[in-house]
Design a protein around this ligand. Structure first.
Ligand code: NAD
Length: 363
């Protein structure tokens, strides 16, 4: 099979969908790997390393897309890339279609077979291709949140770790899954006072046990969330309902009651966001203000730390990419049920129920 890896062109996206180890693995199974020139530079991987591992370096994106049977990407195709998606192509990438009607329509009209990383789901409901990025986005959320609290950045001037005889920062995390727990652990490590709100009692029991009670847990009711937000310096949103649009847990009225200079980091923005006022931002302009609070809603947070993210992502995706290349998407999905759950579009038909519900489309 011909496997193409184009350079990511989304704003400030420096990750790449393959490392030299991945090229080597595909090439040693007899597949042709077409890497766009410069695709790995943002992650510190020069063309030479891909070439030495067995890739062919291609000068332009059009050729990579046109010649490939399987395209590996990191982020969803953006409008400038739509025309490159040809009928019969298999696309393996993050898609986040529940919040993207335009791309959904394009994938259907162009009869692309797409498998979305974020909906590949194991029998125990864990998400093996989302988790590595959630881990990174979570750790980063605490870091950027603490930075946004600095007064020159528009924050309330609270140092998250406090000082001797001075209170520490109060951090509320909505959703204690992979991203939320990582955010909580980093915030806790910086000395903040951290509470996680979740609806999964077993998960909260786990967090309580492993953090030895240092990270507090609370059931996520609308009233409890409102009270927590109005008392917090930093609120981190990391809720996920797999394949569906994220519920809005913090409304505009709650933000109006939060302290001036408080910060809201919406990690779940890629699924539509869990704050009513959220809209996607970029690393170039990551924040905006609502009432007197600072919102940070970057949809591709791990893109800011590509040296870490590219390796974390491809460690998880490559086994599936090799299987798709070896067997074709259909057999690969039969062999690995978790991959079948990630099938999103094929031959003009939508397969993900949550996306259909979010966009009001037939599945
Ligand atoms: P996860 O499934 O591990 O965790 C989600 C948690 O939300 C679960 O513990 C679940 O019980 C909880 N939850 C569900 N409904 C809730 C509610 N009403 N109140 C409180 N908690 C609730 O998911 P994850 O892997 O941690 O991903 C979290 C979000 O981060 C996803 O939307 C994902 O797409 C996003 N993400 C964003 C970026 C980015 O760059 N912005 C990167 C990676 C992941």
């Amino acid at each position: 099979m011909r496997v193409g890896i184009p350079t990511e062109i989304k704003n400030n996206e420096f990750r790449v969908a393959i490392t030299p180890a991945g090229v080597h693995s595909l090439a040693s199974h007899g597949h042709e790997v077409l890497v766009q020139a410069g695709a790995g530079l943002g992650s510190g991987i020069p063309d030479e390393q891909y070439k030495n591992a067995g890739a062919t370096i291609i000068d332009n994106a059009d050729t990579v897309w046109d010649d490939a049977d399987l395209i590996l990407k990191v982020k969803e195709p953006i409008a400038d890339e739509y025309h490159r998606m040809h009928e019969g192509l298999t696309l393996f990438t993050y898609l986040h279609l529940a919040a993207d009607r335009a791309l959904t329509d394009e994938l259907l009209a162009r009869k692309v077979t797409s498998i979305a990383y974020e909906t590949v789901e194991m029998d125990d409901h864990s998400l093996p291709l989302l988790s590595p990025m959630s881990e990174i986005a979570g750790r980063l959320a605490a870091q950027v949140g603490a930075n946004c609290l600095l007064q020159p950045a528009g924050g309330n001037g609270v140092l998250i770790g406090g000082g001797s005889g001075v209170r520490n920062g109060r951090v509320t995390v909505l959703g204690g899954g992979v991203a939320g727990f990582c955010a909580a652990r980093v915030a806790d490590g910086m000395g903040a006072d951290v509470t996680i709100y979740d609806v999964n009692v077993a998960r909260m029991r786990y967090i309580d046990e492993v953090s030895n009670g240092r990270i507090r847990t609370q059931f996520s009711s609308p009233l409890a969330v409102k009270e927590a937000c109005t008392a917090s310096d930093l609120v981190i949103g990391s809720v996920l309902v797999p394949g569906a649009r994220t519920p809005h847990l913090v409304d505009n009225d709650t933000v109006a009651q939060m302290m001036p200079g408080s910060v809201l980091v919406d990690i779940a923005i890629d699924q539509g966001g869990c704050f009513e006022d959220s809209h996607p931002t970029t690393h170039a302009e990551p924040t905006f203000t609502v009432h007197d609070s600072v919102f940070y809603c970057v949809a591709n947070m791990p893109g800011a730390v590509p040296h870490t993210s590219t390796y974390a992502l491809t460690n998880a995706t490559m086994r599936y990419a090799v299987l798709i290349a070896e067997e074709g998407w259909k057999n690969a999905c039969t062999k690995r049920p978790e991959l079948a759950r990630g099938l999103t579009t094929h031959n003009g038909k939508l397969y993900t129920t949550g996306v259909g519900e979010a966009l009001g489309m037939d599945v």
